[in-house]
Design a protein around this ligand. Structure first.
Ligand code: DLL
Length: 432
């Protein structure tokens, strides 16, 4: 809920007034503190004084993941490093990660945004929540953790990995809520069923996100576990989980609009689109101090509705995501670009840059097989050499993307060649 001073839900006019005030201040700060933005605005012929409110946001230049990569690691930070209390990072399109920095105030706002999501999902004091997103550089674990502590829930910082241990604790502790990716939750449900524990757990709600899922999958989770499942969206560049989340009506995700100004643009022409038109989601951060972003292109495809929700909230809602406008894959919650695999293969000798990624979902867990063409000589009769090469490739790819992969070596000229844009991914996952 976004409150006004009288602690009532803000009207859209009040909200726009607040956004405008924050945008003007943010642009001023960014212009003076970040050389990259100063130059970018100067070359677009825009000065801070030209931005008088949200209606002027279109005058500002876009920011992309490549801009973060090109200024790696801290080039877009708007405060001295001594003010940064935490960094997170996510995959870049090639070898370099995109690094995000948070001031103490940024962390406070983040935990409040996640707290809003948990409140929408009915999680608060008295609940026991297992946070089964990965902890570490990924924003899921710590993001959900701080928000859950903020609402006063008892947090079990489970992280990912040991499902048997997770379900044992779920049963023994009387866990009432879980935060994890939706595919992992389906896997957990299956494991509970196999262990005969489905009937004895006390789970009542789940806060799932970090990967695309369908309404059908949400309903399947609800039915199987007899719980309420909520959708939470976010991206590390903009903050992490909590940028938007859905209420009990599940009619789109409410954006934390007092902190993130959303727009939808045509990903080809980059022209702004009207409400309810599908396109690419763009965010301008209104309050971020460490890494403020102007018109960040998320590459996520959705639409925005400004109609008042049945729950009474007046904030904009984004519809369930329709996919992405780039080639990023999300495998077990990890962002993977085909270019990372290509770069890893090019580092090695004996391989060719011809490869195919085959993504599947087995028992609700994603799997990745990489088929790689290797030089003819490996196929003479030296099985041992072939095995060694395969292991070495698997290690190199795992180091590059942070995920275990199965590698299958194939003879030269086996994989399909493409005349136009080459295709490197076969995604067999069906989102139910
Ligand atoms: O996935 C942050 C997060 C953690 C969100 C935990 C929700 C829960 P990144 O690793 O930077 O950050 O990946 C961001 O994941 O641009 C979307 O493509 C996708 N994504 C995140 N949440 C959802 C969702 C985290 N609810 C990228 N539905 C985003 C669909 C999602 N896609």
């Amino acid at each position: 809920m976004i409150w006004n001073e009288a602690k009532e839900c803000m009207s859209r006019d009040e909200l726009m007034h607040l956004q405008s005030k924050r945008l003007v201040k943010q642009v001023e700060r960014v212009y003076h503190n970040v050389e990259f933005y100063r130059k970018k605005m100067q070359s677009a012929g825009v000065e801070p004084g030209d931005i008088k409110g949200v209606e002027d946001v279109y005058k500002l230049p876009y920011t992309t993941k490549d801009d973060l990569r090109d200024t790696y690691p801290f080039g877009l930070f708007a405060t001295p490093m001594s003010e940064i209390v935490r960094v997170h990072a996510s995959s870049g399109t090639t070898g370099k990660a995109t690094v995000v920095g948070y001031t103490r105030r940024d962390i406070e706002i983040w935990q409040e945004c996640v707290a809003r999501a948990l409140t929408m999902a009915g999680v608060g004091k008295g609940d026991i929540i297992q946070v089964a997103y990965g902890y570490g550089l990924f924003t899921g674990g710590l993001g959900a953790h701080y928000g859950a502590e903020y609402v006063g829930a008892t947090v079990v910082p489970q992280s990912t990995g040991n499902t048997k241990k997770l379900i044992t604790m779920m049963n023994d502790f009387g866990t009432t809520a879980i935060a994890c990716t939706p595919s992992y939750l389906l896997h957990i449900a299956e494991t509970l069923e196999n262990e005969g524990l489905l009937g004895s757990i006390k789970l009542k709600s789940a806060i799932c996100g970090a990967e695309p899922w369908t309404e059908a999958m949400r309903l399947q989770i609800e039915e199987k576990l007899q719980i309420k499942a909520h959708d939470i969206y976010g991206l590390s560049e903009v903050m992490g989980p909590g940028v938007a989340c859905d209420c009990e009506f599940h009619q789109g995700l409410h954006v934390a609009e007092d902190h993130f100004l959303p727009e939808i643009i045509d990903p080809e022409t980059l022209d702004p689109l009207d409400a309810n038109q599908p396109g690419e989601l763009v965010f301008t951060t209104l309050t971020k101090e460490g890494l403020p972003l102007l018109r960040y292109r998320t590459k996520d495809l959705t639409s925005i509705s400004y109609d008042k929700c049945d729950c009474g909230r007046t904030s904009a809602r984004i519809s369930r995501f329709k996919g992405r406008s780039d080639d990023m894959l999300i495998i077990r919650g990890v962002n993977v670009f085909p270019s990372q695999i290509e770069a890893a293969l090019l580092e090695m000798s004996g391989t060719t840059p011809h490869y195919m990624m085959i993504v599947d979902r087995v028992n609700n867990l994603d799997t990745l097989e990489v088929q790689v063409e290797v030089e003819e000589r490996f196929f003479s009769d030296q099985i041992k050499e072939l095995e060694n090469l395969s292991k070495q490739i698997a290690r190199t790819i795992q180091m590059a993307i942070g995920l275990a992969v199965k590698v299958k070596l194939v003879e030269p000229k086996t994989l399909e060649r493409f005349e136009g844009k080459s295709k490197h991914v076969i995604d067999n996952r069906k989102l139910v």
